[in-house]
Design a protein around this ligand. Structure first.
Ligand SMILES: Nc1ncnc2c1ncn2[C@@H]1O[C@H](COP(=O)(O)OP(=O)(O)OP(=O)(O)O)[C@@H](O)[C@H]1O
Length: 420
């Protein structure tokens, strides 16, 4: 009241008396305020308040728009893959946490024009097709500098295909490990989406386990098991934040000229900040027979979901069977359900072993691998081991069963590993 301008009319009696007759005079006093504060003074107070509110609203809106933009970028993944032969520089999963190899720098991948890829694959000749995955055909090609390559062509790049393509480019240009398939480059020319990988002359583990001719021997199976676990260890433990592969299967384990495995197929990978508590996916993606039960039923994805899928690969190595096979007798369709009770039974474990191994393995080692496998395919995620524990358990077994130097002796028909 003291601050009222001099032009303000003097307070009325109603105000003076209000101390004594408060209740009776309240309405009167109230009405008086409108008269004693001039509109110019009101404006001085109200305008700054309105300006502050407006500024706050603009700030809030900007923040909300930014958040929306980030979440959109997360679902479509990177927007930095250059199209029309542009170059991938400083590619990043915009809006998503960017996994980095601790202490390592990003590796540049080459950008190929459609013409270059066409030349490399003899115009995508059918004769050059070496595989067919869910996202499209894979061609063998020879690059301009003479390097052999496997070129994966995305069939259509709808929302899902585009995400998978960008994710593979973004992740594989960051992740470098001797256990992970190397991305040489990519082509994103108009509607074409192609990934150019180092060529793995021995194809996939899946194809080798299906072969009846010269099957993989015990020592090489153990080495494949160990190096595949190391690939996963790299993703789960040596990458920050952890990467969950989400599509671990024997077609994604590729073998080099020495049958050393490299992990591929990163189109469904998830970069998780909380690897053990997990991420809840609204869409369950992956491959039947390899999906961890808790992920299949609730969408809860953790590094332990990968450990389960890895356990299924161990089962394939032990039994030579596929994870889901309706041609088998009833009760044997689902590999895990059939194998789980046998894995922990010392007498029955021998019954489930791949007949192609022809008894050329140590029973003691087999029991140990079976025990590791049983833990990995535990229905309860918490009881599954960390992949690092698997690596540690397999290391002494691989040391005991060294792989012969020549690739010719990696399979039977040459020099099988000795019976223990
Ligand atoms: N770098 C490579 N070298 C040699 N062969 C490869 C290479 N990449 C893929 N292939 C062959 O092509 C097949 C299909 O590969 P792709 O990556 O499409 O795998 P997929 O797991 O079957 O499919 P998706 O990952 O789309 O689910 C592989 O199983 C393998 O036989």
């Amino acid at each position: 009241m003291e601050n009222l301008p001099a032009t303000s009319p003097p307070p009325s009696n109603g105000i003076i008396h209000s101390h004594h007759h408060h209740l009776e005079h309240v309405p009167q006093t109230h009405g008086h305020h409108h008269e004693i504060i001039p509109s110019s003074s009101l404006l001085i107070v109200v305008i700054p308040i309105i300006i502050v509110i407006l500024l706050l609203a603009i700030l809030l809106l900007t923040l909300m728009l930014r958040r929306l933009q980030l979440s959109r970028d997360t679902t479509t993944t990177s927007t930095t893959v250059a199209t029309n032969g542009g170059c991938l520089r400083g590619s990043g999963l915009s809006g998503t946490p960017q996994p980095k190899l601790r202490g390592a720098q990003q590796v540049q991948v080459q950008v190929f024009s459609l013409k270059e890829v066409e030349t490399a694959t003899n115009k995508f000749s059918e004769a050059n097709i070496i595989g067919n995955g869910a996202s499209g055909a894979v061609y063998r090609g020879v690059l301009r500098d003479g390097t052999a390559a496997a070129i994966k062509m995305f069939r259509s790049h709808g929302r899902y295909g585009e995400r998978a393509f960008r994710l593979e480019v973004d992740l594989l240009s960051r992740l470098r490990s001797p256990y992970i398939s190397e991305l040489l480059g990519y082509c994103a020319d108009q509607h074409h989406r192609l990934l150019v990988f180092e060529y793995m002359p021995n194809g996939s583990l899946h194809s080798h386990l299906r072969r009846t001719q010269s099957p993989l021997n015990w020592a090489i199976r153990l080495k494949i098991a160990l190096d595949s676990a190391r690939a996963l260890e790299y993703l789960h433990e040596h990458t920050t934040p952890a990467v969950i592969h989400r599509n671990l299967k024997s077609t994604n384990i590729l073998l080099d000229h020495n049958f050393r495995p490299k992990l591929s197929g990163f189109g469904l990978a998830k970069i998780g900040s909380d690897k053990l508590n997990g991420l809840i996916s609204t869409r369950v993606l992956g491959t039947t027979g390899y999906l961890a039960p808790e992920y299949a039923s609730t969408g809860k994805l953790t590094t332990k979901s990968d450990v389960y899928s890895y356990g299924v690969i161990l089962l394939e190595l032990l039994t030579g069977r596929v994870p889901f096979d309706t041609t088998r007798p009833p009760g044997e369709h689902v590999l895990v359900s059939w194998a789980l009770p046998r894995l922990t039974n010392r007498d029955k474990v021998m019954e489930m072993i791949d007949p192609a191994l022809d008894g050329q393995y140590s029973k003691k080692d087999l029991i140990q691998v079976a025990a590791i496998t049983a833990m990995c395919v535990q229905p309860e995620a918490d009881y599954r081991p960390l992949i690092t524990d698997v690596v540690q358990s397999l290391m002494p077994l691989v040391k005991k069963n060294p792989v012969a130097a020549s690739s010719n002796s990696l399979r039977f028909g040459h020099s099988p590993s000795p019976r223990a």
